[in-house]
Design a protein around this ligand. Structure first.
Ligand code: NAD
Ligand code: USQ
Length: 389
């Protein structure tokens, strides 16, 4: 197949592009490098050094003999987006290209507006590009488990059959997201479902849990193919951060009571789920949702697991929660669609956690220690009423 990967310079987009290329697909890779700009803005860098986009693409050709077709540009530019789709003519488009950090979207009004504009407008431009160039292109869009939040009922795969006053309908599952970033994904899901229902597009929304891990078969083949690894409190995700904090001899930062439960997935399963979704497309007019997670864990359990795996002393610190979220709640998720297509998950293991310790130790000097502690508070940037001190 011809597959265009959007956001291909990022943590997940890069390994996914390589995985698809190694599986024999013709792959295009598109990015606007916004993620490298956020690093500059925040004064941090990926813990593991990464090559420039061009150097990565060249390295993959050298290592694998396979070519990636690069596109540099921004999805919020409608003409660029349509031109890229028209020139590559994909069978499927995998869309990772969004601002993806919840804390970044909660810094202040500017960052909330940027996040929602970037994500919602980029996706809307993409829907128009697909409709114009070829409505049979399958859109594989990265959503998030955080769209659902933590409802007190079982979480289904995107849709819910509702009976109300004796009548029944199949509705999009109600959403209760926890940040302006997570909300942007909800808005995307609604726009994509609308485009499938009204224009007959075909789409798969992959509601992915929190990703952990760093290496895939392809990125491990050469240091120039490494993907980024974030440790800071804005872009670093919880399990990766705990591993890094353990190696640095810093306390593991559990926010609040640690009873928050989240769906998780290993990076090797992310790339495989995307391949499975591309190779088994949705029907024309279908808006299909897969819950892309393999296990659920409480945050305090993740901290204890890392502490036990680390061959040294580790302290767990319970910080005042900078976010507004439920710290004890019901959490049960249906996630059977991807295993039905053939996913055999890598479950969280001490071997995986232990394999990350030497990687972190090798690059520990790249860490800015102030960036480890959370600075963004969910109620921190509210405009103050006039006259308030
Ligand atoms: P990332 O920030 O590392 O990568 C996203 C890439 O998209 C970056 O390279 C960025 O430059 C690019 N991009 C952003 N806006 C763009 C635009 N307007 N035009 C072109 N390119 C643009 O993020 P990631 O961790 O690789 O996540 C990828 C996707 O997966 C995101 O949509 C995210 O919401 C979703 N996701 C990630 C996780 C996780 O734990 N990392 C979990 C669930 C879902
Ligand atoms: N947490 C801690 N300590 C930390 C970091 C986080 O206790 O040092 C807690 C948070 O309070 C939260 C949970 O761990 O309850 C997850 O936080 P996170 O930063 O790992 O994940 P989140 O903000 O939800 O976002 C990440 C990705 C995002 C993706 C999402 C999947 O950045 O792109 O959409 O995971 S999900 O959580 O399913 O929505």
């Amino acid at each position: 197949m011809r597959i265009l990967v959007l956001g291909a310079d990022g943590y997940l987009g890069w390994p996914t592009a390589l995985h698809l290329s190694a599986a024999g697909h013709e792959v295009g890779v598109l990015d606007n490098f916004a993620r490298r700009e956020y690093d500059r803005e925040l004064g941090v860098e990926s813990l593991v050094p990464i090559e420039s986009f061009d150097a990565r693409v060249r390295a993959w050709r050298e290592v694998s003999g396979r070519t990636l077709t690069p596109f540099a540009g921004d999805l919020t530019d409608a003409a660029f987006t349509t031109d890229a789709v028209r020139s590559f003519r994909p069978d499927a488009i995998v869309h990772f290209a969004e601002q993806r950090a919840a804390p970044y979207s909660m810094i202040d009004q500017d960052h909330a507006v940027y996040t929602q504009t970037n994500n919602v407008v980029g996706t809307l431009n993409l829907l128009y590009a697909i409709a114009e160039v070829d409505p049979s292109i399958h859109l594989v869009k990265l959503g998030t488990m955080g769209e659902y939040g933590t409802p007190n009922i079982d979480i289904e795969e995107g849709w819910l059959e509702v009976t109300h006053n004796g009548r029944t309908d199949r509705m999009l599952y109600p959403k209760k997201p926890g940040s302006f970033y997570h909300l942007s994904k909800v808005h995307d899901s609604h726009n994509i479902e609308f485009a499938c229902r009204i224009w007959g597009l075909r789409a798969t929304d992959l509601n992915q849990g929190i990703v952990y891990g760093h290496r895939t078969e392809q990125t491990a083949a050469d240091p120039r193919l490494a993907t980024r690894f974030d440790y800071d409190a804005v872009f670093g995700t919880v399990l990766n951060r705990f591993v890094i904090q353990a190696v640095l001899g810093r306390p593991l930062t559990v926010y609040g009571g640690g009873g928050q439960t989240r769906g998780m997935i290993e990076i090797r399963d992310t790339v495989e789920c995307v391949r499975l979704a591309c190779e088994n497309p949705a029907e024309a007019g279908e808006f299909r949702v897969f819950n892309q997670m393999t296990e659920s864990f409480r945050v305090d359990h993740l901290a204890k697991t890392v502490a036990e795996a680390f061959p040294g002393e580790v302290r767990i610190e319970y910080l005042d929660n900078p976010r507004v979220e439920q710290e004890e709640h019901y959490y049960r998720v249906v996630h059977t669609a991807l295993p039905r297509l053939g996913l055999v998950p890598h479950l969280l293991s001490n071997t995986l956690i232990e394999s990350l310790f030497p990687l972190v130790a090798e690059h520990r000097d790249r860490v800015e220690s102030e960036a480890l502690l959370p600075g963004v508070r969910w109620r921190g940037a509210l405009p103050q009423p006039a006259g308030a001190a």
